[in-house]
Each structure stands twice: as structure tokens, then as C-alpha cells.
Design a protein around this ligand. Structure first.
Ligand SMILES: C[S@@+](CC[C@H](N)C(=O)[O-])C[C@H]1O[C@@H](n2cnc3c(N)ncnc32)[C@H](O)[C@@H]1O
Length: 268
């Protein structure tokens, strides 16, 4: 069972994502659990105020670190405490796969100008869902929930169904078709209706390679490409230089700088 705990000022925004569709069914089946924690319950004051003005001045309000600390302390121990922030590492399929192996994930959803920076001493990682700024972390939390929960064994009926998904194999997914066989003059590729499974698999792999080359060639550098894939890419017009770059071993990931512990931060 994988438990997601979301610390938020707006639990009602996340409630439908936790209750409906496949996530809701997975909860009913005991495969995952979702806990919504209202950080206002840990304000420590009768006005339920969780934020304050930023030191140094400027617009907006900042969520207090002691509120986040008390809210986190109310949870059972988490394998990971994740701060959702535009300044975080990009949330990718590889990160989703890693998180799906954990037992308890806690997420801090910000609002206003975000959290007091000292919250970094309470978290194991920071994640961003893209290079844009939203008004709060709840939509980011819903994205992470949707992406991670479907990777928990048993949540999706067919365990093979996500292996070909975009990014799982390092490539974008191949195009899919269903009935009707003819729609507004557009047919379905003949190979998909011929019943030859090997031919279907080869066509799908070639389509995934072609789509990835056209739309996200950056992905090819870290995809596991077989000699057959290189032949297909070459037939699609890839140059020798491109093929060499895509087949080169990936560059090492730079190590993260060590985090400061809370007691090491400057006191005002
Ligand atoms: C208005 S934003 C704060 C933005 C912050 N001042 C900055 O520029 O980095 C409020 C909250 O929304 C959430 N948020 C906004 N954009 C996000 C993104 N791209 N990924 C993850 N969380 C995001 C974070 O939890 C953040 O604390």
C-alpha cells in the first residue's frame, strides 16, 4: 500500500482527485491511500493564520515553517517529504517510477509566495511540474498523484499497459486507433488490422521512434536504442552524427549540493 499525504490549505481542491476514477477505486481496493491534511489545523493560533509578511519587505505572504513542521509531525513517518515548488527538480516519468516504490509520500503544497525557505531542511526533495507558476501546489499534487498511483502494482488492470506509455520506454508512445475503421475519409494503418503481431510490434516501435524524433528529439539521447532502432532512424533520415549522439552514453547527473540543516541557517 502506498500512502500519499498532502499538506495543503485547500484540501477540498484535492478531494475529488482522491475520491474519483481509478484513484478512488484503488483506495477502495486498499492499494493506495490518500490523506488530506489541512495545515490551518496546525496554525497554533486562534485566528488559524498560517502565513506572515516576508522579512525584507515585498509583496505577498509566506507560509510559516513552524506550521509546516507541526503538520508534518502529525503524520506517521514518511519515506519522502516532497516540497512542490517551481524551483524544484523537474517531475518526470523516471521520478514517478521511483516514488511508486515507496510506502508513504508526504507533499507540501504551497500558496501565496510559497513557504519560508527554512522548510528546505524538512524535505527530502523539491519537485516542479513545469516551467510555469501556478497559484498553489494542489494542481501539482494532483499531477503527481495521477502519475505515481497508476504505477502502483494492481492499480491499472493490465500491468503491460504503461510499459509502452510515453517516456516509460524513453520514447513517446506510438499512435493508437480504434473503431470506426473509416472516419471522415481517414482510415486505420493496414498493418494494425492484419493480425500479424510481430509486424504490429515493429510498426509501433518505428512509429514511436519517428514521433520522438519529430517532436522530442532530446529524449533520444537517453532512450535505450537497439541496432534495429538505429536502422529505422537512419531510414527516417537521421544523420550519422545524430545517431552517434543518441547512442553515446548519457552524461553523468551532477550531484545536488548538500542541504543545510535547519540549525545551520542564519538567525534573524
Ligand atoms: C505562487 S506559487 C509561489 C511561487 C514562488 N514565489 C516562485 O516564484 O517560485 C505558490 C505555490 O504554488 C506551487 N507551485 C506553483 N507552480 C508550481 C510548479 N510549476 N510546480 C510545483 N509547484 C508549483 C508551489 O507549491 C508554490 O509554493
Amino acid at each position: 500500500m502506498l500512502t500519499f499525504s498532502f499538506l495543503t490549505l485547500f484540501p477540498e481542491l484535492l478531494a475529488p482527485f482522491a475520491a474519483e476514477a481509478i484513484v478512488g477505486k484503488a483506495r477502495e481496493r486498499g492499494l493506495i491511500d490518500v490523506r488530506l491534511v489541512n495545515m490551518r489545523d496546525f496554525s497554533g493560533n486562534k485566528h488559524l493564520k498560517v502565513d506572515d509578511a516576508p522579512y525584507g519587505g515585498g509583496a505577498g505572504m509566506v507560509i510559516r515553517v513552524d506550521v509546516a513542521e507541526r503538520a508534518l509531525a502529525s503524520l506517521p513517518p514518511a519515506d519522502e517529504v516532497i516540497l512542490l515548488t517551481p524551483a524544484g527538480a523537474p517531475f518526470t516519468q523516471a521520478v514517478a517510477e521511483e516514488l511508486a516504490t515507496r510506502s508513504h509520500l508526504a507533499f507540501l503544497c504551497g500558496r501565496y509566495e510559497g513557504f519560508d525557505a527554512r522548510v528546505e531542511g524538512l524535505v527530502t526533495r523539491e519537485l516542479s511540474i513545469g516551467d510555469f507558476v501556478m497559484m498553489g501546489g494542489e494542481a501539482a499534487a494532483a499531477c503527481v498523484l495521477e502519475a505515481v498511483a497508476r504505477l502502483v502494482p494492481g492499480v491499472i488492470g493490465d500491468p503491460d499497459s504503461h510499459r509502452a506509455d510515453s517516456f516509460s520506454s524513453g520514447l513517446l508512445d506510438y499512435p493508437e486507433y480504434t473503431r470506426p475503421p473509416e472516419w471522415r475519409g481517414l482510415g486505420v494503418p493496414e498493418v494494425l488490422r492484419g493480425g500479424n503481431h510481430a509486424a504490429v510490434a515493429a510498426w509501433r516501435r518505428a512509429q514511436a521512434l519517428e514521433r520522438t524524433r519529430q517532436r522530442r528529439p532530446d529524449l533520444l539521447a537517453s532512450a535505450a536504442l537497439s541496432p534495429q532502432d538505429s536502422t529505422v532512424l537512419s531510414a527516417l533520415g537521421a544523420t550519422t552524427q545524430e545517431l552517434q549522439a543518441w547512442n553515446a552514453p548519457p552524461a553523468p547527473v551532477p550531484r545536488r549540493p548538500r542541504r543545510k540543516k535547519p540549525q545551520e541557517t542564519r538567525k534573524e
